[in-house]
Design a protein around this ligand. Structure first.
Ligand SMILES: *[C@@H]1O[C@H](CO)[C@@H](O)[C@H](O)[C@H]1NC(C)=O
Ligand SMILES: *[C@@H]1O[C@H](CO)[C@@H](O)[C@H](O)[C@H]1NC(C)=O
Length: 303
């Protein structure tokens, strides 16, 4: 049952209750066609009729800051389109009086609880895909392989898509901290092994937070079987400020990332470093995300 979510913490429990089949979903869902038309209609002002640029948000790689920078630009002058922007434009349209989209976005992202409550309040403005599946994800986390709406969105002729990838162990641990309270190396090890094994049969659990990055970029679990590259310009979390500013410049925008990490407080209940993780944890994560290590050229971590 999709709403059995006793192990989820913080915002996932709110989300699960509100989104994952627990109640009526008739007014939450839109047909794929409406959904795409809506995107097409709202795209025009974002791209100024010039170069079409779209941002693909791979969870836990720095995407929240990227969307924040863009939303702080005035309507009609935004540098790119994204499914997160579409979501917040829907929220804005339904929230009388909110003029500064960037401010709204930053305010609600400052704390895990704040965001959980906000999301629950605005659940009908979020889209969960695929419509009838277990372990639905927000549209912006959904890989193109799992939804034709998403695949089409990232195949719009004339559009360049960009995304950010991250060292897989760092990304895994960041997502782990957001969804688990364990914070000593041995407890983390046992919970992580359990989670990694669960992911074998449920790769999309927890709003797609633990999904391999190749699935978003190439739509497959191993780059060697890819037939299409959905994210054309791949940036790296490790050098994001610079790579992001350079890409924006190339597309004619002066835009920098915000200095503060909007979501740092979401995981600061646990300050253990990657080095402190047990060799068993590191080896298991490496095995699980080997396809990401191969596809994006990250060196094997030492363990
Ligand atoms: C982790 O570090 C952050 C930032 O330095 C700090 O605010 C937080 O209290 C720390 N958390 C723990 C559990 O020590
Ligand atoms: C991906 O496919 C290639 C070629 O078949 C293979 O050598 C590699 O081991 C695969 N990677 C993973 C992680 O399965």
């Amino acid at each position: 049952m999709a709403c059995a979510c006793a192990v989820c913490v913080a915002w996932f429990s709110l989300l699960a209750a509100a989104a994952q089949d627990c109640g009526s979903e008739s007014d939450v869902e839109m047909s794929g066609v409406n959904f795409l038309q809506m995107n097409a209609a709202s795209l025009a002002p974002a791209t100024q009729g010039e170069q079409c640029l779209r941002f693909m948000h791979i969870p836990k790689t720095g995407g929240t800051s990227i969307d924040s920078a863009n939303m702080h630009l005035p309507a009609g002058q935004r540098a790119f389109d994204s499914l997160m922007l579409e979501t917040f434009l829907r929220v804005q349209a339904h929230t009388g009086g909110v003029e500064d989209l960037g401010q709204l976005y930053d305010d609600v992202h400052h704390g895990v609880l704040t965001y959980g409550i906000f999301m629950a309040e605005h659940m009908s403005d979020y889209r969960w895909l695929p419509e009838d599946a277990e372990d639905k994800c927000e549209d912006l986390h959904t890989p193109p392989s799992r939804s034709s709406d998403i695949a089409l969105y990232y195949q719009e002729p004339g559009c360049t898509n960009f995304c950010v990838v991250r060292e897989p162990l760092a990304r895994f641990f960041s997502a782990f901290k957001m969804t688990n309270q364990e914070c000593d190396p041995l407890s983390i090890e046992s919970k992580a092994l359990e989670l990694l094994s669960q992911l074998n049969s449920r790769p999309y659990l927890s709003d797609c937070f633990f999904m391999p990055q190749v699935l978003s970029v190439y739509g497959v679990f191993n780059k060697s079987s890819a037939t299409h590259q959905y994210c054309h310009r791949i940036l790296h979390t490790e050098n994001l400020d610079r790579e992001f500013a350079d890409l924006m410049k190339e597309f004619g925008h002066e835009l920098q990332l915000p200095a503060d990490d909007l979501m740092s407080t979401w995981t600061d209940h646990c300050n253990i470093t990657l080095d402190e993780l047990t060799p068993t944890t590191k080896a298991a994560v490496y095995e699980k995300y080997k396809a990401d290590y191969e596809a994006f050229g990250y060196p094997k971590p030492s363990f």
